[in-house]
Design a binder for this molecule. Structure first.
Ligand code: ZN
Length: 265
């Protein structure tokens, strides 16, 4: 299930919703982002981490609290957890845990670790907060809109942006928490792209790209989609059908986005 790998970064991709797990290594730490989804996939990631860890410190970054992204927190109980303040203060922790349990019950899945909502050790409260790990600097930005607790992580020396559920090539924006926040977060992403010279983008679902032109194109596509929601563009659905191979499976999210825009007007 390794989807992309170079000397700095390994990205696993689940069979479910093309959800990604990212692993980054420095001389004294291993950083794992959103380990997920199916039990055998989590086992594979866990044994990979076990093979490369070598007494280094393990960090877990969660890009946001959607249950698919926190599903394997319990497989790495000794890791130091990094997430946003809103993630740490999530009032619906029990709900997220129940969603995992419901999913596993529905598909008769068993896991060899316990299911719980992660406790955050390093809380990200503001844009530009940094973590220096030997040779690498991680810079964090709050990224609300998809959910209110989203987090962007930049690996400064490597020009990597770990985007969570933004800037996917397989999904249009899913707006669960706020349209206005989503728009602002895309502006922020554009600023980060230029300021930090981003040339590798890892989305929470879909395909890694190492082409700055494609990163710029994905930012533009999200901004245009958000604008089209307000304009009630009648051709939008036909366009999405052509652009996104799995559109039939995510049509409801598009309709909910339209409702969200109406509510915020
Ligand atoms: Zn997701």
């Amino acid at each position: 299930m390794i989807h992309y790998q170079n000397e700095n970064i390994t990205v696993f991709q689940s069979a479910l919703y093309k959800t990604t797990t990212t692993l980054i290594e420095t001389t004294d730490a291993v950083i794992l982002v959103d380990p997920n989804w199916l039990p055998n996939e989590v086992d594979e990631i866990k044994s990979y981490v076990g093979r490369v860890l070598n007494n280094r410190k393990l960090y877990l970054i969660f890009t946001h609290s959607d249950f698919d992204h926190i599903i394997a927190a319990g497989a790495f109980p000794n890791a130091t957890v990094i997430a946003s303040k809103a993630f740490a203060n999530n009032p619906n922790k029990e709900h997220d845990v129940q969603q995992i349990k419901k999913f596993d019950a529905q598909y008769y899945l068993t896991r060899n670790y316990s299911i719980y909502y992660p406790t955050v050790d390093m809380v990200i409260e503001e844009d530009g907060q940094k973590l220096e790990l030997a040779s690498l600097t991680f810079i964090f930005y709050l990224a609300p809109g998809h959910t209110n607790d989203g987090l962007f992580t930049i690996v400064e020396q490597q020009g990597i942006l770990l985007a969570g559920d933004y800037l996917s090539d397989v999904e249009f924006p899913f707006i669960y928490s706020s349209y206005a926040d989503y728009v602002a977060t895309m502006e922020k992403a554009e600023g980060i792209f230029h300021k930090h010279g981003i040339h590798t983008l890892v989305p929470g679902h879909g395909t890694v790209t190492t082409k700055p032109s494609e990163i710029a194109e994905r930012i533009m596509a999200s901004k245009m989609y958000l604008q089209s929601l307000v304009n009630l563009d009648s051709k939008l659905e036909g366009h999405l059908q052509k652009k996104y191979r799995f559109f039939d499976g995510m049509k409801d999210a598009h309709h909910r986005n339209l409702d969200m825009v109406k509510m915020e007007e």
